[in-house]
Every structure is written in C-alpha cells, then in structure tokens.
Design a protein around this ligand. Structure first.
Ligand code: URA
Length: 444
C-alpha cells in the first residue's frame, strides 16, 4: 500500500517525507517492494524531480540501508575522488597510490565500465591476481596498512542504491540530477570520508555533456556532503576527447603505471595534479594547491608513489612486479598502426565512438554480465588541434584477431576527423565548484 500511495503522490507532483523515503528504500532493499513498483516510482521522480530536502532524505535512506566504514580511529584524513566517467580516464589509478603515499587514507570504492565509459575495477583486474571484490572489513584493514583500498560496491554498502541503480539503468531513469547525486553520495558517504573531490566531466563523451547540468550536479553533491560535514570540491574537466592516449583496460593500467613513474602524458598529469591538489588541501597536508603540486611531483620523481602502488597491489593479492614490467598484463594478439587517411588538422577524436569501439573489440560491457577481454583497445597519439600528414601514424589498434583489427579500423575512421580547420578543444580543467561558489579557471 505504501508503494502505491508514494507512486501516485510523486506522479501528481507531491512531496515525499523523510520517514517515507526511509521506509520505502528499506522495503525495496529487503525485497518487500517489487521492481515494477520501484520502476514506476523512479520514473515519477525522474519526471517530477526532487527538491533539496527530498534529495537529502533519499541519500540518507540509501546510505542507512547498509553499513558504512567507520575510520575515525585511523586519526588520518580520509579523502576520495569520484569521476562521473569517461573514456581513457585512468586518473584514479594514478591518484589513489599517489595521495596514499603522502599520508592520506584513500578509501576508493569504484565501479565497472558500462556503455561507452570504462571502469576502474576492470582496469585494476588487468593486474594478475588483483582482487577488488572485498568486504568492508578487508577494506578497513588495507586502509590501516597501506592507506588505500580499491574495491567495488559490496552488498553491505547502500544496498538500496545498488538495486535502484540497476533498475534505473534498465528503465531510462539514470539521467536525473537528484537521483544521480543521491546515488553517488550515498556510496561516497558510506566510506567515512573527511573530504571528497569530484571530477565532473563535460563534453560529448560525458555522462551529462552539458556544462550547466554538470555544474548543477556538482552543486547538488556539494550540498549533500555539507549535510554530513564532508566538504566536497568539484572540478569540471574536459571529455570532448579521450584523456591521455591509452583507451582500454590493460592499456590504461599500463599508462597509469607510466604516469606514476613520471612518464605520463601531459593532459593526464594536468587533470591528476589538479584533482590531487584539491585532495591534499582538503586533507590539510598542503596549505595550498601550489604546495600540493610540489609534494605530488616529488612523490612521483622519487619513485615513492610507484612503490606505494606496489604495496597496494600486493595487499590486494595482485602481482606487484607489474609496476616494473607492465607486459605481465594481458596482451593483445594483433597490433596494427592506424595512419591518417589524408592530411589536415585533427578536428575531433570522438570519445563515445572510441568507447563503443572498445566494447566492439570485446573490452567493454553492453550488459553487466559481459566478460571482458582486458587486452584490447586503442592508443591514440593524435590530439585535437594537431596537424597530420597523410600516412602519418595517429593511433594503434590492439585486438584479439584480424576481425577485431578491421572493427578497430572502422572505429578510428569514424572517431578521428581530419579537416582543413579545427576548433580549439575544451579547456582541460575549466571550473572549480565548492561550497563558496563557482570559480571559472579557463574560458572555452
Ligand atoms: N553513478 C552512480 O553511481 N549512480 C548514478 O546514478 C549515476 C552514476
């Protein structure tokens, strides 16, 4: 009866009270509300929207449907970074060990790739033996010993969100700002954080391509963090082209290892340092962003960050030798260069096309049950705005067979546009959003 009453009220534009959100989320998490009623309710929420109080009550209800990490006894700052997802985005793999090596606890709960975007857990699982399906208790022990745990959402964490997100994915109700904000923040707040940094992507490859919607999502999550005394800072970063060069699971992990050894591509390092600086300032490890950057550059330059990654990998059952020899990760059977079909400026490297192309190679998911080939993907050296001569190498295709190479070629032909002129790409880091407001860092 409760379910039907709430569906009808939301459908007619009414408001759901905090106690009702709690009762409904718990009933759903424990199997007392059927999927068809929750689906109808979520569609009503999608169309009618939620006000600030309702978004906060939904977050609280989902958070309280499960357990949370209580890490206060560590007496260390606990900061995570969350990205709204993109193509080639391996920043978490660089940032987690880098920031943990500087004395900050990083409980990083991540997801798997779905659709055109990749997921941190899939990238980590390219490391032989790496175990990301761990309990909250195991995560707590890893945080004690290595300041970092890299893990997936377990059944213990926000189970109501876990089921609702899967249902939203199948019912066209994902792209709602209050539903996204409550879903992400219910999981992040379960990590027992003292601060959170958000990487909100904008541009054609982003989950919410439009800048105004990205800013609204950032502001909503900042407000939700404030309810729990968890300061949140968001950076708006570009996803109108892939980040870095490697796109595909093992290839991205390899690029992240290069970044930790001081050989990362400039765009990847710029986004990593910008987000890392916010983490270190929130943690009070650095007094400002300049000092934070110096600390990070030194941790990379001295090898401390790469060594710390080895420690984290070992703690989670993986082979730490990967940091010295990334070739122990799955390797594609077929490797082929893709050359420029004509001369001209690189006008576009379309991230959605690349992401879907990885899935076509077997390296991305169409449904949550798909088993991935972690070796496949692309390394794209062509950057928007570059000039290329006909026949010049623009990218490399990594495939499991010749059919994959043909599919990869077709992907790159449609993703990379050569033209006589090219518009400038979006600035890599364009806005900073915090409880004090929006700061424009670069104009597009
Ligand atoms: N990621 C989440 O965890 N939840 C959403 O609703 C969207 C993206």
């Amino acid at each position: 009866m409760l379910a039907l009453r709430l569906i009808e009220r939301k459908r007619d534009g009414g408001r759901i009270e905090p106690g009702e959100w709690r009762a409904f989320a718990n009933a759903y998490a424990t199997g007392h509300v059927p999927d068809y009623q929750m689906a109808a309710f979520l569609m009503a929420c999608f169309i009618r929207g939620l006000d600030r109080g309702e978004t906060s009550a939904l977050t609280e209800a989902m958070l309280r449907s499960g357990s949370a990490l209580d890490l206060a006894y560590l007496h260390r700052p606990r900061i995570d970074k969350h990205s709204t997802g993109g193509v080639g985005d391996k920043v978490s793999l660089v940032l987690a060990p880098l920031i943990a090596s500087l004395g900050v606890a990083v409980p990083m709960m991540s997801g798997r790739g779905l659709g055109h975007t990749g997921g941190t857990l899939d990238k980590l699982e390219a490391i032989p033996g790496f175990e990301s399906t761990i309990t909250l208790e195991a995560a707590r022990r890893l945080l004690e010993t290595s300041n970092c745990a890299l893990f997936g959402q377990t059944a213990e964490i926000a189970p109501a969100d876990r089921r609702m997100y899967a249902l939203r994915d199948a019912t066209g109700t994902v792209e709602s700002i209050p539903l996204i904000a409550a879903s992400i923040m219910s999981k992040k707040l379960a990590e027992g954080l003292t601060g959170l940094v958000l990487d909100v992507k904008r541009g054609s490859g982003a989950f919410l391509p439009d800048l105004a919607r990205g800013l609204e999502l950032a502001r909503t999550m900042i407000d939700l963090g404030a309810d729990y005394a968890c300061p949140v800072v968001a950076l708006i970063t570009a996803m109108d082209r892939p980040l870095g060069r490697a796109c595909g699971n093992a290839l991205e992990t390899e690029e992240a290892i290069h970044a930790l050894r001081g050989e990362g591509p400039a765009d990847l390092m710029e986004v990593t340092y910008a987000l890392g600086a916010e983490m270190l300032v929130l943690a009070n490890v650095a007094k400002d962003r300049e000092e934070a950057r110096e600390l990070m550059e030194r941790a990379i330059g001295t090898g401390r960050a790469a060594e710390h990654f080895q420690r984290i990998i070992e703690g989670q059952g993986g082979n730490p030798a990967v940091v010295d020899d990334p070739s122990i990760m799955p390797q594609a059977a077929e490797v082929e260069i893709f050359a420029a079909p004509r001369r001209g400026f690189i006008a576009r490297v379309e991230p959605r096309t690349i992401g879907r192309g990885i899935a076509a190679l077997g390296g991305g998911r169409v449904t949550m049950d798909d088993v991935l080939d972690l070796s496949v993907g692309f390394v794209i050296t062509a950057r928007p705005g570059d000039w290329a001569e006909e026949g010049e190498p623009l990218a490399t295709i990594f495939a499991r067979d010749r059919a994959g190479v043909s599919s990869g070629r077709a992907t790159l032909r449609s993703a990379i546009t050569l033209a006589d002129e090219a518009d400038p790409p979006l600035p890599l880091v364009s806005h900073r959003v915090s409880a004090s407001g929006i700061e424009v860092l670069a104009v597009s």
